[in-house]
Write a protein that binds this ligand. Structure first.
Ligand code: GLA
Length: 300
């Protein structure tokens, strides 16, 4: 394939509303692309090179180049999406590169190519949720994705909610975390890990029903239950994340909160009643809070 030169691609990060640590087990997930982006600009070059605000990105670039069968490129990357914060910056980088290098790709194919490139670059068998959300998310919606078939449908976000992200400041790299170990434990049938996967899948179904009936209270409660399961059965939380969840949940106008992404650090998602943002931020006492909106994916 011969990409245009120069080229430009941009792709969003995501929050996952619910369905955590189930994608690699063929479960259902409900991510929402957000208005925080990675932008990549590139040109044909003699050799592969990348200047990036996202650390450690060059192996992703060469892995994606290999998957797409394109020759060397010189690439510059900018981002307003923090890395290691549980917002899928690496998937956004890969999808932005795919959009720039191969804009005609079908979105689901771009997502699966991004997943394979990430697995190749890191050696970690990550699931496909993040790449699908970044490629095919839709503004005003969360994406209900079945990771056994990769069929999906867009579920409208109910009126009257706001999305807050509280950064724990704990950084982790998927490759150095226990992510691979958890995946192994699930696939080998460890009872407690499987109990998380099964209960989380049931919570996704219940959450979608609550979204569709506008039951904000039930949505919030399911977030709390998801966090407890990730903490107790799946053991991917950290005391700092638990403290943020407890503090956030106690704030007036907060519907519920939980850790998002791989865990072991990163961010907490809180769903708020719209209008409660300022009170929530004050209640979090100086912890970094970002409010975000849903966004369109790079191939939407
Ligand atoms: C990381 C992975 C995803 C998914 C989540 C946990 O973000 O990249 O594929 O497994 O962790 O839900």
């Amino acid at each position: 394939m011969t990409p245009a030169s120069p080229w430009l691609g941009r792709a969003p990060g995501r929050v996952n509303l619910i369905g955590e640590h189930v994608d690699y087990a063929g479960g259902r997930v409900l991510p929402c692309a957000i208005d925080r982006f990675v932008t990549a600009r590139g040109d044909r070059a003699e050799r592969w090179s990348m200047e990036s605000e996202i650390e450690g990105g060059t192996p992703y670039l060469t892995a994606l180049g290999h998957e797409l069968g394109v020759g060397p490129q010189r690439v510059q990357v900018t981002a307003n999406l923090p890395a290691g914060a549980g917002l899928a910056s690496s998937a956004a980088l890969l999808v932005a590169l795919a959009r720039g290098l191969a804009p005609g790709l079908e979105g689901a194919r771009a997502a699966l190519i991004g997943q394979r490139a990430e697995q190749r670059a890191t050696g970690v068998m990550v699931g496909a949720m993040d790449h699908f959300a970044s490629a095919l998310g839709r503004r005003g919606h969360a994406m209900l994705l079945d990771c056994s078939t990769f069929e999906y449908r867009q579920v409208p976000l109910p009126e009257g909610i706001a999305i807050a992200i509280v950064d724990s400041g704990l950084r982790r790299q998927v490759s150095s975390s226990e992510y691979g170990l958890r995946r192994q434990e699930v696939l080998s049938g460890d009872a407690r890990r499987v109990r998380h996967v099964e209960s989380e899948n049931a919570r996704v179904t219940a959450f979608v029903a609550a979204m569709e009936s506008g039951d904000l209270k039930a949505m919030g409660e399911l977030l709390g239950l998801s966090h407890a399961s990730l903490r107790d059965d799946f053991e991917v939380s950290r005391p700092e994340l638990d403290q943020i969840v407890t503090r956030a949940t106690a704030s007036a106008g907060c519907l519920g909160a939980r850790l998002i992404g791989a865990g072991f650090g990163g961010s907490v998602l809180a769903l708020l009643e719209a209008g409660a943002e300022a009170r929530f931020e004050a209640h979090l006492e100086g912890r970094p809070v970002q409010f975000c909106q849903s966004a369109d994916g790079a191939f939407a």
